[in-house]
Design a protein around this ligand. Structure first.
Ligand code: SAH
Length: 341
């Protein structure tokens, strides 16, 4: 029998499997604790389990980490891992080291079909969704390699997480679970380009992880030019969904706004943006554009970026100007692609 990957199992799914095989529901927690808390994956060493359960685990599950193709370290200590999947596709995962802990930027799909005109990840169309275990394994593998505890996860790597909704939610269930990887819901953020129906689903999830919206423009004219998704889900509908999201979930929302030179970085656009989101429980994360060779966009110069930031502040909008990490190894936002040199 072909063994299945353990990291594909949420606690509920594991409980069901065990009950179906005449084991006890509580065994699922015992196994989770061994694997995720004690990092023991050899059932022989799971001392509180019965002989029959140990042999069931040995026969049924495999616990393989992802295969590391390359590991690059940036001068600012950001690391980028290139992993090879069993069907030979490769994905990238980025580890960022902050004073408050280690944050992992996780990839949700092989390639991406959202077609944002500034993002390197879209240079290759979506080949497929990542499975639950491929999502969980990005965290497990990086923890195993670095021997560090990941305390924050952002689903902001390649792909559109809401185009792989079910697997991303089960991934969150596993990493958030008290006997799983124990990453608090407030330390998990999912970023979407704006797939509205999924924003409503996400608002109703039992685990209240954070939501970030890749907004990047204050009006339909600019947004439709730079993001294909805006033609399907225009900005007013998106903003309404965001308002509903904050009301339903009780959570604050983040708007990401890349500053693109000459496109969306004038003061009048800061004014439009502040009018657009006024009153929403939200803050704006201004992102310096990381150049991608194939595209014609340039980064807003720091002075203008500062001006944009100040203008939002003046108009009462909470905002931050994001630090750039990992530029020298193409690990920064929007630079992820299948490139390993
Ligand atoms: N598909 C999701 C997840 C990707 S998140 C989404 O769109 O939100 C990656 C973030 O980096 C998004 O906000 C994306 O718009 C931004 N990004 C893409 N290309 C970038 C670039 N070249 N420079 C800076 N940020 C970029």
């Amino acid at each position: 029998m072909k063994r299945v990957n353990f990291y594909d199992f949420t606690i509920n799914k594991l409980q069901e499997l065990l009950l179906d095989n005449n084991f006890k529901k509580f065994n699922a927690n015992q196994i989770f604790k061994w694997v995720y808390e004690k990092k023991i994956t050899d059932p022989l060493h799971m001392t509180n389990l019965s002989k029959s359960l140990k042999s069931f685990i040995a026969d049924f599950f495999e616990f393989a980490d992802l295969e590391v193709v390359t590991r690059q370290v940036s001068s600012d200590s950001t690391e980028k891992f290139l992993f090879k999947l069993i069907d030979d596709h490769v994905i990238e995962t980025v580890l960022m080291k902050y004073d408050y802990g280690y944050s992992l930027c996780v990839t949700s799909q092989v390639g991406c079909s959202m077609g944002c005109t500034f993002c390197a990840s879209g240079l290759i169309n979506k080949q497929r969704n990542l499975s639950i275990y491929e999502l969980v394994s990005q965290v497990v593998t990086v923890q195993n390699i670095t021997n560090e505890k990941i305390s924050n996860v952002v689903v902001m790597g390649t792909g559109e997480p809401f185009d792989n909704y079910d697997n991303v939610m089960d991934f969150i269930r596993v990493i958030n679970y008290k006997h799983g990887l124990q990453i608090g819901s407030r330390h998990i953020t999912v970023s979407t380009c704006g797939i509205i129906p999924k924003i409503y689903d996400y608002a109703k999830e039992d685990i209240k992880s954070n939501l970030a919206i890749s907004l990047h423009a204050p009006n339909d004219e600019i947004r439709s030019k730079i993001m294909k998704i805006n033609k399907k889900y225009p900005i007013d509908e998106l903003i309404n969904a965001c308002k509903d999201y904050t009301a339903i979930s009780g959570r604050r929302i983040t708007f990401e706004y890349i500053l693109l030179k000459g496109i969306n970085d004038e003061t009048k656009y800061a004014n439009q943006l502040s009018d657009l989101i006024r009153g929403i429980n939200a803050y704006v994360n201004l992102i310096p554009y990381n150049p991608v060779n194939e595209f014609g966009y340039a980064k807003t110069d720091p002075k203008r970026a500062q001006k944009f930031y100040k203008q939002l502040e003046k108009r009462g909008i909470n905002c931050t100007l994001r630090r750039e990490l990992g530029r020298d190894i193409d690990a920064a936002c929007g630079q992820l692609r299948l490139k390993n040199n």
